[in-house]
Ligand binder design. Structure first.
Ligand SMILES: C[S@@+](CC[C@H](N)C(=O)[O-])C[C@H]1O[C@@H](n2cnc3c(N)ncnc32)[C@H](O)[C@@H]1O
Length: 216
């Protein structure tokens, strides 16, 4: 087994995180015992961050002690793995859907390094108490994906900090070619953030581009 990033492991092609709550699954993932420690298999078809890792992500700014602002947490699939990774850090999980939040709350009760926030990521003023973070991660299916990231990075991301975004071209415009949409989003984001890495998430996710960016 190899530690490919802080607290992220790879064995026989599987990406794993150490289970903070041994014996407990979050979304039906496989649990594996390796040399007396329990790991959770991270599913790249259920999590875009895992898909990016599988596709060869080089820059992963999420460290064991990072403060992360996560936009579009849904019911907590990806953020449950962040919870395993952030052994000395934590994440604020913003989600607009009250329905998803019900499930997310149950996860946050058990995993204390995740703080749930029921809010619209287009209005970061509503959760300004979050303060400064090392990483802003965004996975919202919204036509305003780029604008949401810029607004949140302006307000919360420290200078030299990193943003990660999974851009879903279909949420922006189903009628246009994904490549055109990506170019437009990249132009908009590069006015304030430097693009460090870009990864096409196929075959795990169709029409999704994953970007790692740095605050100038
Ligand atoms: C693709 S899902 C996220 C999946 C999740 N990131 C994961 O990997 O486990 C997108 C989520 O973004 C949420 N969302 C959409 N618009 C939002 C907004 N303006 N503010 C906050 N959340 C939003 C949706 O309710 C949905 O749960």
């Amino acid at each position: 087994m190899k530690e490919i990033f802080e607290n992220i492991f790879e064995e026989e092609g599987r990406i794993l995180t150490r289970n903070m709550l041994p014996g407990k699954k979050v979304y039906g993932e496989n649990l594996l015992k390796i040399q007396g420690t329990e790991y959770r298999a991270w599913n790249p078809t259920r999590s875009k961050l895992c898909a990016a890792i599988k596709k060869g992500l080089v820059h992963n700014p999420i460290k064991h002690n990072s403060a992360v602002l996560y936009l579009g947490a849904a019911t907590g699939t990806t953020i449950s793995h962040l919870s395993d990774i952030l052994t000395n850090g934590g994440a604020f999980a913003v989600e607009i859907s009250a329905h998803s939040m019900k499930t997310l709350l149950q996860l946050c009760e058990k995993r204390e390094n995740i703080i749930p926030i029921l809010a619209d990521a287009r209005q970061p003023d509503k959760y300004r108490d979050v303060g400064e973070v090392d990483v802003v991660y965004e996975d919202v299916a919204s036509p305003e994906q780029a604008d949401i990231l810029l607004k949140n990075c302006r307000m919360f991301l420290k200078r030299g900090g990193y943003a990660m975004i999974a851009i879903k071209s279909q949420s922006i415009d189903v009628t246009r070619k994904p490549a055109e949409i990506y170019a437009e989003v990249e132009r908009e984001l590069s006015t304030e953030l430097e693009i460090v890495e870009r990864i096409n998430l196929e075959p795990f996710e169709m029409d999704h581009l994953f970007l790692v960016l740095k605050k100038k």
